[in-house]
Design a protein around this ligand. Structure first.
Ligand SMILES: C[S@@+](CC[C@H](N)C(=O)[O-])C[C@H]1O[C@@H](n2cnc3c(N)ncnc32)[C@H](O)[C@@H]1O
Length: 223
C-alpha cells in the first residue's frame, strides 16, 4: 500500500536501475516497476523475515524478473556501478549515515533518496560534512506524523549559516507542511527541555542548545 510517505519517496526517485535498501515489504520496488519508473530494482534487507516478505510480495505480483531481493547490510549488497539511484527509507538518521559511510564510494556514485525517521539534524550534518549535497527536500504527512524526504548526491554544499538550519533548513520554511514540522519540532524541543530541567544532574550545555533551537524555531511561529 502506497501511503503519503511512500508516495513522497517515490515522487523524489528518478532513476533507471534502483536499489531500495531496507526494503521490508518491497512496496516501493513493486510500485516503481508497475508504473514503469525503473528498469529493474534491487531490494535489499539485512533481516531474513523482511526478505521473505519482500520475495512473497514480488512473486504475488509476478515481478521476480524485474526485482531482485538480496539479503545483507546496507550498500554492501551492491557492486560498483550496478545502480544509479539508491533509496534508504524508514530508518533512523544515524543508521542511514552509517550505511552511507560503510560503502561511501558506492554512495558517491548514486543519486540518494533518504527518508530518516529521526535524527534529521545529525544526518544533514553528516552529509554536508562529508561532501554530499542536499539538492532537494520535501515533507510528507500522515496524520500527526511528519516525514522528511531528501534528495542527496555527491558534491560540496556550503555549510549552513547557523546550527539551527541543520534542524530546520531555510528552504523548508515556506513548505506547505511547514506548520506540521514546526509543531513536531516544538513538541520535541519542549519535551527535551522539560526533561533536562527536571533532571537532578542537569546537562547545562544540552539544555542551552535546546533552548537556542526552541528560540530560533519560535521566530517562525506565525508561519
Ligand atoms: C521500518 S522498515 C522500512 C521499510 C521501508 N523502507 C519503508 O520505508 O517503508 C526498516 C527496514 O530496514 C531494514 N534494515 C535495518 N538495518 C538495515 C541495514 N543495515 N541494511 C539493510 N536493511 C536494514 C530492517 O530489517 C527493516 O526491514
Amino acid at each position: 500500500m502506497i501511503t503519503p510517505r511512500l508516495q513522497c519517496i517515490i515522487d523524489h526517485t528518478n532513476g533507471t536501475k534502483i536499489a531500495d535498501i531496507g526494503t521490508d515489504h518491497a512496496y516501493i520496488p513493486i510500485h516503481l516497476i508497475q508504473n514503469d519508473m525503473a528498469e529493474y530494482v534491487i531490494a535489499g534487507d539485512v533481516c531474513q523475515g523482511p526478505v521473505d516478505i519482500a520475495k512473497a510480495n514480488i512473486e504475488k505480483n509476478n515481478l521476480s524478473d524485474k526485482i531482485e531481493v538480496r539479503l545483507g547490510s546496507g550498500l554492501s549488497i551492491l557492486k560498483n556501478g550496478e545502480v544509479d539511484t539508491v533509496i534508504i527509507a524508514g530508518m533512523g538518521g544515524q543508521l542511514i549515515s552509517e550505511i552511507i559511510d560503510s560503502d561511501i564510494e558506492i554512495a558517491r556514485e548514486c543519486k540518494l533518496v533518504l527518508q530518516p525517521m529521526n535524527a534529521q539534524y545529525e544526518l544533514r550534518k553528516y552529509l554536508i560534512d562529508n561532501n554530499f549535497k542536499i539538492t532537494d527536500e520535501d515533507i510528507a504527512i500522515e496524520g500527526f506524523k511528519v516525514y522528511n524526504v531528501m534528495n542527496v548526491q555527491n558534491g560540496a554544499q556550503d555549510k549552513f549559516e547557523t546550527d539551527f538550519e541543520y534542524q530546520i533548513p531555510k528552504y523548508l520554511i515556506n513548505h506547505k507542511y511547514f506548520r506540521n514540522l514546526y509543531d513536531k519540532k516544538h513538541r520535541e524541543f519542549t519535551k527535551v527541555i522539560k526533561g533536562l530541567e527536571n533532571s537532578k544532574d542537569v546537562d547545562a550545555k544540552k539544555l542551552e542548545l535546546y533552548k537556542y533551537w526552541l528560540g530560533e524555531l519560535e521566530k517562525y511561529e506565525s508561519k
